[in-house]
Design a protein around this ligand. Structure first.
Ligand code: RAM
Length: 903
């Protein structure tokens, strides 16, 4: 009887588990993590749900796992609330093996979930010796940067039916692979950009469905990519030769196996891609297409033998996240002729990707596409700000009935496309469209307000992120730069983590940071580092080494990542310590508060907001040390906590001695100096409030404008809020004259600009040598918009949103803010609305989390939840009236609060 009862409880539908992840992916094929971690989400119709236990099981056979027999590993029932990053603890995992897993959970309401659906992960090649394929290159002497793309092919016969087939592939340069004429996978610019000499990713594809019995062919085309293409003023940075490593492993239904690997049996030639580079674009000659070159029937007599080269395989790694994929499609908004006579298409959005053509014409006709982000004052096509990047795509027609073309190894940042040479009609939305390409990350955040300008700002922040998260976080996506600038990434990281799931994206990039960090601890300006070794170790840029791991840890609760980055974090802090004299870091080159406000054309009255670079260095030295201490505490490194806490005290004392006057003034008298001093607690408690007053005065002195650059901007609204100046924070947020966030919005921006005045008030464009219209740094305000305006964040006491802090700060005459976030536990929502003296607050707290809620401007007795007194809600505890707020803890579920409110 007892048993029967238990089993009825066990299959209650009130609780299910879904959204299974292995590491950062759903069903990853080809990982090399030996202790992968599992995450799942609970789904429940009830309120106040916490997981009390879980059970995991793993099998190498999908059928067996369902029966619970012949399991490779079972965790047994583990009493734990952990549902994110739960580590595999079973027997050693083997190369190539696919593992199936599922999970079930129990909750605090007496429910047990059924077993989840079965997911899987598959291991890559764990030992470099398992690569029997050889690196091959073309022996065409004309094969150089900007030259024609080399192609490789191999025909082979399969006489038995195929059971499984995997393609393991990487390249020096970027590749597109084909089997029997079909493109393999849906990723672009593979194998992606990493610190190639130390870490080169390979991809694994399930290609069984592309094979057939009889004649087959495998092939690949290579492009310069990051490997030998132009990067800044350099090229051939990782080598001069493009090469390919491709290993096709086939298992037949009878259990026998065969491997087709690159070697000197492979044939090579070139074809239609005459030149292809990220900065310059692509030249494609349709007349030179070698039709069917990647099929078995093709006659490759004229092709040469590929040359085997001796190149390392010991740097090969499996990716932790998928690469760049095609995302949104844009149809032309309008096509027009400029005053200079150019035919231009406006796609309505500054996007990053390319244009797809579907056209008809005569053989040999040339269509040229130029790309631009903006038009100039006279509405002419403007490309000066692209500097040396040509951004031109040229397509030479074959003369077929209809030709479809898109570029291969290039991408452009553009809103406008100038079309020349085309004689057909461009007005039909069918024949030309643009497609955005960026790293495959799930959108997690959604923020809407009652203010359309703020909604456009949020849109611009999101598109700044999409356009610049192209395998690595770049500063900009259009000019001859597009590099992994560290300062920009540290400024924007926390905002990025609201908009999209960036945990795998940044964990990949942070590994490259560790790989490229100098032996003395200096962190390069850009990651992957392609600059001289001396381009390293600057305040506010190199600090990405501590800031980003900490942000990722607090957002996603990824302790292993923190542990892996810890040596890098510590090395960076030690570098600053080693540079310092008497605990003061005041040497070396620094970028300072990049792109801060300066009046133009002259600065006679000294309004330029120049912040002393060494003051900045000292504050970031302290900040990084603090984050190192935080990480050490999480990881249980008590000795480090102790010694770096002592160091931190010395750093702050040295700061006070050098940069703070007896009356509490700080050198320099700029917003950024005040902000960094306050944000990083550089002053003793009693001096902070007076300094915050100076900050506010300074903002007023500039007519309620910010003057901050890349380093100060992320802190301005958070610091104002912390010291009780929400009103000033809102004034800055809603300011729409230069310099401000809404000024570009009013000028028609669809992305975040590099400079506060990329387009000046009179319509003139800023200095073309530095005027990107897609540079996400200033988008760092997004963090405050989610965190404070909407009031949605993780509670610091339980990171990764295990406990959520819902504490909105209404203001700025905004009547509605609605922020939703897909956390690691599920959907969280904070929506507030003020109208006719009533404050409405709708919140959703995902299962297996709790929230601390702070209702602003509330009196306890006036609050209702779903129409009933708040006192009657069971899931609420610890109700407490503060000065003007009411706070409490709440369990999972959706709640609708309402109370009288006056603002
Ligand atoms: C510029 C980049 C980047 C900035 C550095 C200092 O070239 O665009 O945004 O971080 O310089």
């Amino acid at each position: 009887m007892m048993l029967l009862l238990l089993s009825t409880v066990a299959f209650s539908k009130a609780l299910t588990v879904n959204s299974l992840l292995c590491e950062y992916q759903v069903n990853p094929v080809g990982i090399d993590i030996l202790k992968p971690r599992f995450s799942w989400k609970l789904k429940s119709t009830l309120r106040n749900v916490l997981q009390t236990a879980y059970e995991l099981r793993v099998s190498t056979n999908a059928g067996d796992i369902q029966t619970g027999k012949q399991l490779l590993y079972t965790s047994g029932k583990v009493n734990s609330e952990q549902s994110v990053f739960v580590s595999y603890k079973g027997p050693q995992l083997l190369s190539r093996m696919r593992y199936y897993w599922q999970v079930r959970v129990w909750d605090n309401q007496g429910n047990a979930s059924p077993w989840s659906e079965v997911n899987f992960w598959e291991m890559g090649l764990l030992n470099p010796r398992e690569w029997t394929a050889q690196w091959i290159k073309t022996n065409n002497l004309a094969d150089t940067t900007d030259g024609a793309s080399p192609m490789f092919r191999k025909a082979f016969d399969l006489s038995k039916p195929v059971k499984t087939a995997r393609l393991y592939i990487t390249s020096h340069g970027i590749y597109e692979a084909f089997i029997n004429g079909q493109r393999v996978g849906n990723e672009y610019f593979t194998p992606g950009w990493t610190s190639y000499n130390k870490r080169l990713q390979y991809q694994v594809y399930d290609v069984a469905s592309l094979l057939k019995s009889g004649g087959n062919a495998a092939g690949a085309v290579l492009g310069d990519g990051w490997f030998r293409g132009h990067l800044d003023k350099w090229k051939n940075l990782y080598g001069k030769d493009l090469s390919l490593l491709m290993q096709l492993e086939i298992t037949f239904t009878d259990g026998s196996k065969t491997t087709i690997g690159t070697n000197n049996d492979w044939k090579t030639s070139d074809g239609a891609i005459r030149s292809s580079s990220f900065y310059n674009g692509e030249i494609y000659d349709g007349r030179l297409v070698k039709s069917g070159w990647n099929t078995s029937a093709y006659n490759d007599e004229g092709w040469q033998e590929a040359t085997v080269i001796d190149s390392s395989k010991s740097n090969l790694i499996a990716p932790v996240i998928p690469g760049v994929k095609k995302r949104e499609i844009f149809r032309p908004l309008k096509t027009f002729v400029t005053p200079k006579g150019d035919t231009v298409i406006d796609f309505g959005q500054n996007l990053v990707g390319w244009v797809v053509l579907k056209i008809k014409g005569k053989k040999g006709d040339v269509i040229t596409l130029n790309h631009a982000e903006v038009l100039d004052k006279e509405n002419n096509f403007y490309t000066l700000n692209l500097r040396h990047a040509k951004c031109v795509v040229k397509y030479i027609l074959k003369g077929d009935a209809e030709e479809v073309y898109e570029p291969h190894f290039t991408y452009q940042g553009f809103r406008y496309v100038k079309v020349s040479g085309y004689k057909g009609r461009l007005d039909s939305s069918m024949n030309i469209h643009a497609v955005a390409l960026y790293s495959d990350m799930n959108t997690t955040g959604n923020l809407t307000t009652s203010n359309p300008l703020l909604n456009q700002l949020q849109h611009n922040i999101e598109w700044g992120q999409k356009g610049n998260f192209v395998d690595v976080p770049t500063d900009c996506p259009q000019r001859d730069e597009r590099l992994g600038w560290t300062g920009d990434a540290q400024a924007f990281g926390s905002t990025a983590a609201f908009n999209m799931n960036v945990s795998g994206f940044f964990s990949k990039w942070l590994k490259d940071l560790s790989a490229d960090q100098r032996a003395d601890g200096a962190v390069p300006w850009v990651i992957p580092n392609m600059m001289p070794k001396t381009s390293a170790g600057v305040a506010g840029w190199s600090d990405v080494a501590t800031i980003l791991p900490w942000t990722m840890y607090t957002t996603y609760g990824d302790t292993r990542m923190l542990e892996e980055q810890y040596p890098s974090m510590k090395a960076w802090v030690n570098y600053m310590r080693d540079q310092s004299k008497d605990n003061l870091w005041n040497t070396g080159f620094h970028f300072g508060d990049w792109c801060f406000y300066t009046p133009s054309p002259t600065d006679d009255s000294g309004k330029g907001a120049v912040t002393d670079k060494y003051l900045i260095a000292q504050t970031f030295y302290a900040h990084s040390t603090q984050l190192l201490i935080n990480a050490a505490a999480v990881l249980g490194k008590e000795d480090d906590v102790k010694s770096y806490t002592e160091l931190l005290n010395q750093i702050k004392l040295a700061f006070q001695k050098e940069y703070v006057t007896a009356s509490g003034r700080v050198l320099s008298s700029t917003q950024t100096a005040y902000l960094l001093t306050l944000a990083f607690d550089m002053l003793p408690e009693p001096q902070r409030v007076p300094l915050a007053k100076r900050l506010v005065q300074n903002i007023k002195d500039y007519g309620n404008h910010l003057t901050t650059g890349f380093l100060g901007t992320p802190y301005i609204c958070p610091v104002l809020t912390r010291f009780g100046y929400d009103d000033i924070a809102y004034t800055l947020l809603l300011q729409d004259t230069y310099p401000s966030w809404l000024y570009p919005v009013k000028k028609g921006a669809t992305t975040i600009w590099e400079r506060w005045d990329g387009i000046k008030a009179n319509g003139d464009l800023q200095d073309p040598s530095m005027n990107s219209f897609n540079h996400y740094s200033y988008g760092a305000i997004g963090n405050w918009m989610y965190h404070t305006m909407a009031g949605l964040n993780t509670d610091e006491s339980m990171v990764g949103y295990k406990k959520i802090l819902i504490a909105p700060h209404p203001g700025g005459k905004i009547s509605m803010v609605d922020a939703a976030l897909e956390t690691s536990y599920g959907y969280a929502n904070s929506k507030w609305e003020v109208s006719s003296g009533i404050f409405k607050m709708d919140i959703t707290v995902p299962p297996n989390t709790t929230a601390k809620v702070v209702l602003p401007g509330a009196a306890r007795k006036g609050i209702t939840e779903s129409g009933k007194s708040i006192n009657t809600v069971k899931a609420i505890s610890g109700l407490q009236q503060d000065n003007t707020d009411v706070q409490f803890q709440v369990g999972s579920g959706t709640y609708h609060f309402q109370y009288p409110y006056s603002n």
